[in-house]
Ligand binder design. Sequence first.
Ligand code: NAP
Length: 278
Amino acid sequence: MSEIGIVGLGLIGGSLALDLKALGYHVTGVSRKPRTCEIALEKGMVDRSGVSLDLLSGAEIIFICTPMSLILPTIGDLIPHIEPGTIITDVGSVKGAIVSQATELWPHFVGGHPMAGTSEQGINAAQRDLFKNAPYVITPLPHTSMTGVEKLSKIVEQLGCRLYQCSPEAHDRAVALISHLPVVLGANLIDVCMAAQESELAQNLASSGFRDTSRVGGGNPELGTMMARYNRSALLQSLRDYQDNLTRLMGYIESENWEGLEAILQYTQKSRALFIKP
Ligand code: NAP
């Protein structure tokens, strides 16, 4: 079975390692901290592990699973160690900021994004089957290597993911809507509730509805800031659209247009199912 390399043995990299090893691939994991590499070996997540990128010289495909800000520098650091045909892919949550620059650095780069995660971080958060039934988006450019796209697609399918392909820009606009906008809205909801006169009573009365609507606003602040930073223009556009729509809904309420409001709520009740796959 072919050799797969993973750089960054955290939640995503560690979970990928576990599944790929279970599929029979020979997996080499490189991470920043020696202790993380030891844990990966102790837990049987990888076949080989260490802090040096030269361990990846024989890899056929390498998944970069570091924080977003380190993806491009890691590709630069990998180049002296790998064969000319090696495929490099990443798992970064935003694609426009990565894919064209990464492809300039390495012609066999294919951008990817597994749409799965938890609120935990680090190697101890890694788990088997994290990606099963989850969407996995591949974002090739018109000149991206077809061999790379085919090899990555095959692995993604073996992981049990739902494979999608689109441009990096379309990916970023879509994730702004369903992932990054909800983080800002959830955070804003909590912020407004904290500043309200009846905040303490509201805190005591909050139940399942508030738990559902606020969940992503209470997540990892670093990750939320990173998403806004790397996907700034798509996130701002989705916030503007949201603001316009909110103004329209406020108009219905101000003018006591209950029929108009109910028609919208009927439409959203039906439409929600399109976004929530079983
Ligand atoms: P994470 O749990 O913090 O894992 C990242 C790991 O990278 C760290 O555990 C760290 O391991 C390692 N690392 C840091 N600097 C490194 C370096 N210079 N060289 C090698 N390894 C280094 O974060 P994550 O949630 O897995 O996110 C990783 C990537 O996946 C990000 O690009 C993110 O955008 C993307 N992603 C995240 C999610 C999510 O929900 N979390 C979902 C999809 C995609 P040590 O310091 O312990 O060695």
